[in-house]
Design a protein around this ligand. Structure first.
Ligand SMILES: [Zn+2]
Ligand SMILES: [Zn+2]
Length: 130
């Protein structure tokens, strides 16, 4: 996934490059956006979602599970697999739910048929009664 500078459309895949880009002495031209480099920096830092552990080390949390990593790249590697896993689990869950609903439908149909039969019986009873 590419990280893009709103000001000049500079692109990079590494957030550290973007930090360097925004912290240069001769900052890029605001061709596409008037946002200041410090504003953008703040935005990217939020996006980067690094946090600190008890020892003050920079840590990176997977956005799908609670796993913590000490480098952005290992987090990204994991997150890639993790998102696939989450997707797979979601599909499994949906399949299960679908099956449950189907079973409910069958039950409902059985119930409906039973009621229909009961109704026929009652009609016959009433016919005989008349
Ligand atoms: Zn730029
Ligand atoms: Zn994960």
């Amino acid at each position: 996934m590419n990280i893009i500078c709103k000001r000049c459309k500079y692109e990079t895949t590494e957030i550290s490059n973007m930090y360097r880009h925004l912290q240069r002495k001769r900052v890029c031209q605001p061709l596409f956006s008037q946002a200041s480099p410090s504003e953008l920096l703040q935005e990217f830092k939020q996006y980067d979602k690094s946090e600190e552990d008890y020892n003050g080390n920079k840590v990176f949390k997977c956005k799908y599970c609670e796993k913590i990593f000490y480098s952005r790249s290992s987090k990204c590697n994991h997150q890639h697999i993790c998102s696939g896993k989450q997707y797979y689990e979601k599909i499994q869950l949906l399949t299960l739910r679908n099956k449950e609903l189907e079973e409910k439908d069958i039950k409902r149909e059985l119930e409906f048929n039973k009621l229909k039969n009961d109704l026929i019986k009652i009609k016959e009873l009433l016919a005989n009664y008349n």
